[in-house]
Design a protein around this ligand. Sequence first.
Ligand code: DMJ
Length: 632
Amino acid sequence: MILALPVLPGVSASGMGLRLSQKFVFLLFLSGLVTLCFGALFFLPDSVRLKRIFLSKTEVQPSTVGSGSENDVKEHLKRPVKEQEHSRAMVSAKADRLKSVNRKPAVTQAVEATEERLVGGKAQEELTVSRSESASVRSVDTFTYNKFKSCLIKNPLGSDSGKAADPKTNERREKVKEMMKFSWDNYKRYAWGKNELRPLTKNGHIGNMFGKGASIIDSLDTLYIMGLMDEYNDAKEWVQTSLDLNSNGEASLFEVNIRYVGGLLSAYYLTGEELFKNKVLELGEKLLPAFNTPTGIPRGVINLGSGTSWSWGWASAGSSILAEFGTLHLEFVHLTELSNSPIYTEKVMNIRKLLNKIEKPHGLYPNFLSPVSGNWVQHHVSIGGLGDSFYEYLIKSYLMSDKKDEDAKKMYYGALEAIEANLVQKSPGGLTYMAEWRGGILDHKMGHLACFSGGMIGIGADDGAPEKRQHYLDLAAEITHTCHESYTPTKLGPEAFRFDGGAEATATRLSDRYYILRPEVIESYMYMWRLTHDPKYREWGWEAVEALEQHCKVESGFSGIRDVYTTMVSHDNMQQSFFLSETLKYLYLLFSDDDLLSLEDWVFNTEAHPLPIIRKNCLQDQGSPQDNTASE
Ligand code: DMJ
């Protein structure tokens, strides 16, 4: 800062040749002026840079990850990254060391910060520096929506709202939109504000999934991309007036995260409405107490009002579930993006660190882990239920980090190698499938849930080792084909199908024959269409649309069915919220142009809520990626 000094009449400003009394008066004036200027800084608004430079705090509190008290969490949240960054700038002895890490991706740096804390016994100064590494990655002062938009390669809604060029595909797309409107209208009419619609009894269902309105939050982005704006506005108004995050009640951390956090994040990124951002940050903060366990591995259930958390009664020995604590990463990294607070990323990096360190049987990740000891509780491995989205989030973390998160990449391809070596099987009839593994013994069963893996292996194919890329794409196509084979004779698929005792992708138990409007098979069609443009995927998707219309549509909505092997269907009276969020969205995308929610810009969370790829370089440079047509 340069201060313009006043020149006293008849006196040279240098002070040369002044009498003592004149010098004294001059110095008195000068010190008064400096005091005045400094004092004035306190009256400037917080945002003024000058104030931040001169009045930054110097005290930095190291914090623990995973075992902090609720108060620690609150304290931490009060300190934005920016503030920590400035305080760290005062620790000049470490400044040079920090310079080199400033260019690393956020994710990598947060891992390092977390590692420091896990090792334990480090000097406070070193912990402080770790924290500074995690915080100093924040190159943008606060999240700016317009800056984010300018870093997208494509317009999120495509050049013509994703309208397909050929009339037949377009007609099919319109049909899916009509199905969405029908599902939504009936939900609104009979179950408004409840979690889900019961279409036969025409009432609402709450379940154990936090308060209410799951179908509303899950539908926001689907309604928006389909251009159902009246419906979207009704949903938005409900969020504004009725989404109460302070209610007590049991909620699954996983479900709240994938549906509510994911749904609100997507709604914000697509629309720029601050309402969604404020709500999701409020909600994110309420989830943090679930991580207060000896290892930082969260428990499965949380009471959002009181902050208490506990494990599912059915999970052996109070364990946490791989697919639950391993399916937080994408959303939590975005919470850090929007809140400017590193705590969310640190929580999920802590989970990753533990999973990285722990010994894995044959390189596999079992489904149950103790949040107290950090050890596996049983050796059951599955790419379907209990395991599924953990693997999905590894590759998607890598893609969402703009391919900077090398740890996620390494873990994903390592896990895939172990899966291929131990679980991937070929049936006598030539179908490729993923078996389940129980302490070394294979169960030749594949769940409907495991059918997402066709899409997952497909989107990860291109970043695998060069000699394996084609192999991964082939594997993805084979699994998608197997899952399509399981869709018969109603053209809908069972909850689980087997490959033993002569079975070839068929459910052998009565209890496995149901279909609850699940998306996974259609999800894989959508990805495989985008990756290969093989028209069979659109045909298979259309088969599913016709089957849904024929067997699942009832007078007041869509319902699951109890047995996919009979055309005399019996309905289960549930319109799941993931039908609106995932099944119909993936179908709509399947019949749209690839530039609607382009995979160049977006990854879908496990509930099909699109989250943008974080382009740190672009956000830092305030520049735009090449070929930026996002503002068109
Ligand atoms: C969805 O809630 C998510 O896809 C989750 O990962 C698994 N189950 C349902 C859909 O079947």
